[in-house]
Every structure is written in structure tokens, then in C-alpha cells.
Design a protein around this ligand. Structure first.
Ligand code: G1P
Length: 272
């Protein structure tokens, strides 16, 4: 299948879980310390060696495009990377769901495997290898669509794509079936899709075949289900921590965790 060289970052969702905070600004531009969330996501891709990045924006997301103007790029804190990424943008015409957003990357991807990083999720690796690079390493072994997975608490199952299948060596998992945001009682396991995907271009045909699913949206999970049935899909565990910024509570929690972990800012907490 070849090597992954390109990253796609969907950042087109409405952010309705954040209202009124996101009525006039994208959730991807919410700060974590002194940088917006999307900055961390781009750094994650670049640190994994991906220098061609497509960000899929939508209505009201112009500030993301402004943020990545050249002078802002110069400030990217990207250790050990000599080349700044080339960042492209495409605008989803209607907010019809994650699978529909990914569909807009077809021309950019051009028949190569690619990495999808959600614009509202940050990863911190527990070893020297960025989490997205860990997934790319797993993809090198499977040569098939491979998605980052981790156990989610029972009460959170309805917030995730959940999968079933078989545990394999090397932190891999063979996926038999996937279901988007099931009720805990209907979930086949507690293994969740964390929002980092190494996809093969076959995903585009699968996306063309799905119908609107959970919440009336085109779900990437449903396209992956088609691939799991017609070909092979793998899950891969990773060594690291995932910070989901998808709700107000999670964002505030992440913000404080980052404050606590940063010597420049953690004194603020002492005086609260
Ligand atoms: C999306 C995916 C879901 C995945 C989740 C991870 O949902 O549809 O399968 O588990 O990201 O954050 P969202 O959080 O955008 O509703």
C-alpha cells in the first residue's frame, strides 16, 4: 500500500456542545494554555513526519485558516523538524457528518494511504514516539486500514464508535464490526475509536455507499464497517494519553491538566 505521507484534519463540526462559547468561534480554536487546540493537532501530524496537511473547515471556521498564515506558522513549536508543513484547506459545503467531511479529502489524498486526526483531540505520547507515528508503525505491519483504539468507561460508551473483534499480538486487534455511539447495553465491547485513523483510499468507495446513520449524519464508523466486512480493518492500541476536547467539561479538564503539567504556568494553581 505504501507509506503514509499526508494528514487530513477534519475541523468542520458545528461545536454545538460548546454553545454559547462556539457561536462565533470554532471549538478547534479554543485555547489550551497559550495555543489553540488545532495547533497541537498540526504539531502531532508534523512530529509524525507528515508535511502535507489538509484541514477540512466549514461554516464559521475562517479563523482556523487565518491562524495558519505564514507568520503564525513560524511560531510552531515543532521539535526536530526542519521543514514546515504545507497546509491546505477545503470547505465542507454542508455539515453532514465526519464521513462527508473526509470525502472532501479525496483529491488531496490521490490514491495514497493517509492519516486522519480529529481537530478536537490532542495526544501525549508515553514514550519517544508520537501517538500518530505509533499508529503509522502499526499500519506498516497491517497494510490495511488501522484505527487507534482504547478502552472507554461504560458510562462513556454512548460518546464513541465502539468495535468488536479479536485481540492479536503486537497491540493489534482484528475488527469484525463497529457501531457508532451505542447505548452501553447494546455495545459489543468497551473498545472505543479514539479519533485517529490510518486509512487506505478504499474508504472513499465505502463512504459513497453509506446512508445517514447516528444523529442523521454520515458516520465514518459506518464506512469502516463496510470495509471491515468486505476487506480487513485493524485496531491498534497506543502508549499515550488522549485528551478529548469534545465537550465543555473535557476542555476545561484538559486545560487544567496542561496548566498543572507546565512549569511556566503551574504556580497559578497554588494561588487559586
Ligand atoms: C467521532 C467519531 C466516533 C469516535 C469519536 C472520538 O465522534 O464519530 O466514532 O469515537 O469521534 O472522539 P464525535 O466525537 O465527533 O461525535
Amino acid at each position: 500500500m505504501g507509506k503514509i505521507r499526508k494528514a487530513v484534519i477534519p475541523a468542520a463540526g458545528l461545536g454545538s456542545r460548546f454553545y454559547p462559547l462556539t457561536k462565533a468561534q470554532p471549538k478547534e480554536m479554543l485555547p489550551i494554555l497559550d495555543k489553540p487546540v488545532i495547533h497541537y493537532v498540526v504539531e502531532e501530524a508534523v512530529n509524525a513526519g507528515l508535511n502535507e496537511i489538509l484541514i477540512i473547515v466549514g461554516k464559521g471556521k475562517e479563523s482556523i485558516i487565518n491562524y495558519f498564515d505564514k507568520h503564525e506558522l513560524d511560531k510552531l513549536d515543532i521539535s526536530g523538524v526542519s521543514k514546515f508543513p504545507e497546509i491546505f484547506f477545503v470547505r465542507q459545503k454542508e455539515q453532514l457528518g465526519l464521513a462527508d467531511a473526509v470525502r472532501y479529502s479525496k483529491a488531496f489524498v490521490d490514491d495514497e494511504p493517509f492519516l486522519v486526526l480529529l481537530g478536537d483531540t490532542i495526544y501525549k505520547s508515553k514514550n519517544k514516539t508520537p501517538v500518530s507515528k505509533q499508529l503509522m508503525n502499526s499500519f506498516t505491519k497491517t497494510d490495511k486500514t488501522t484505527i487507534a483504539i482504547e478502552e472507554v468507561p461504560t458510562e462513556k460508551i454512548r460518546d464513541y464508535g465502539i468495535l468488536s473483534g479479536k485481540e492479536l499480538p503486537n497491540k493489534l486487534f482484528r475488527v469484525d464490526d463497529l457501531i457508532e455511539k451505542p447505548e452501553p447495553k447494546d455495545a459489543p465491547s468497551n473498545l472505543g475509536i479514539t479519533g485517529l485513523y490510518a486509512l487506505t483510499p478504499e474508504i472513499f468507495d465505502a463512504i459513497d455507499r453509506i446512508k445517514p446513520g447516528k444523529n442523521g449524519e454520515y458516520q465514518l464508523t459506518d464506512a469502516l464497517k463496510i470495509l471491515a466486512k468486505s476487506d480487513e480493518v485493524f485496531g491498534a492500541r497506543f502508549e499515550g494519553k488522549r485528551y478529548d476536547i469534545g465537550t465543555k467539561e473535557l476542555w476545561i479538564r484538559t486545560f487544567f491538566e496542561f496548566v498543572k503539567g507546565d512549569s511556566k504556568f503551574n504556580h497559578i494553581l497554588d494561588n487559586l
